[in-house]
Design a protein around this ligand. Structure first.
Ligand SMILES: Nc1ncnc2c1ncn2[C@@H]1O[C@H](COP(=O)(O)OP(=O)(O)O)[C@@H](O)[C@H]1O
Ligand SMILES: [Mg+2]
Length: 224
């Protein structure tokens, strides 16, 4: 299958006053459609930085990221954010749900932000609620849910625009091991049955095993 993400000599340097921190050095990667990639590495090695660059949430210091052949940093901000919203689903460690919206409203937020009519997406919402196993909880607010359930809502929200690519930054980092396994099983299903490409950052060797490919981030480089 073809590539979905490619990086070319990707570099990221942060400047802290006089000091320059070279976080990523000439990273060249290709991720193919349908892969489930696990990114591992020591804390502070640049895993989140890499994931954010892959998803256009941050800009490289130099080098390029291409999503399905289109260079992200060459796009206008508005175009890039539209692509991000429609073609990439993000999942974070702390779920990033809106506390005073119920579960359905949280899931539908990307549809609303895209200026689309909610009523056209009712059946899709039902399907996604079924997939993540939260149909009965649809009117609850995040604070009424467990951590694992909140992460399921975040995964549902990441799927609602039917992106081909899911980027997840330590999605089980805040969960116990049983719940982590359930979340990883859900990602596996989304990869295998829905054909989504997944890139996850993880600290857990258990979680990394769910991937079809393991990449290590260390000293600014990425190793197979
Ligand atoms: N916005 C920022 N400004 C300055 N330094 C940053 C910023 N974001 C990350 N860093 C630094 O870049 C390095 C990599 O961070 P990060 O990508 O978050 O690592 P990881 O996710 O692997 O723990 C760390 O040294 C961190 O302190
Ligand atoms: Mg991180």
């Amino acid at each position: 299958m073809g590539s979905i993400l490619e990086t070319f000599d990707l570099c990221k340097t942060y400047e802290l006053g006089e000091i320059e921190i070279e976080v990523l050095k000439d990273v060249n990667l290709t991720i193919n459609q349908g892969e489930f990639v696990s990114l591992m590495g020591p804390s502070g090695s640049g895993k989140s930085t890499l994931l954010y660059l892959l998803g256009g949430l941050d800009k490289p210091t130099s080098g390029k990221v291409r999503l399905k052949g289109r260079e992200l940093s060459a796009m206008k901000d508005k175009e890039e954010s539209k692509i991000r919203r429609r073609e990439i689903g993000f999942v974070f460690q702390f779920y990033n749900l809106v506390p005073n919206l119920n579960l359905e409203e949280n899931i539908m937020l990307p549809i609303l932000l895209d200026g689309k009519k909610l009523k056209n997406y009712r059946s899709r919402l039902d399907e996604i609620l079924e997939l993540v196993g939260l149909t009965e909880r649809r009117k609850h607010t995040p604070r009424e849910l467990s951590g694992g359930q909140q992460q399921r809502v975040a995964i549902a929200r990441a799927l609602v625009n039917e992106p081909d690519l899911i980027l997840a930054d330590e999605p089980t980092g805040n969960l116990d091991s049983k719940t982590s396994t359930e979340i990883m099983e859900l990602f596996k299903k989304i990869n295998q049955e829905k054909g989504k490409t997944i890139v996850q950052v993880t600290h857990s060797a258990e979680a990394a095993k769910y991937g079809t490919r393991l990449l290590n981030v260390k000293d600014g480089r990425v190793w197979e």
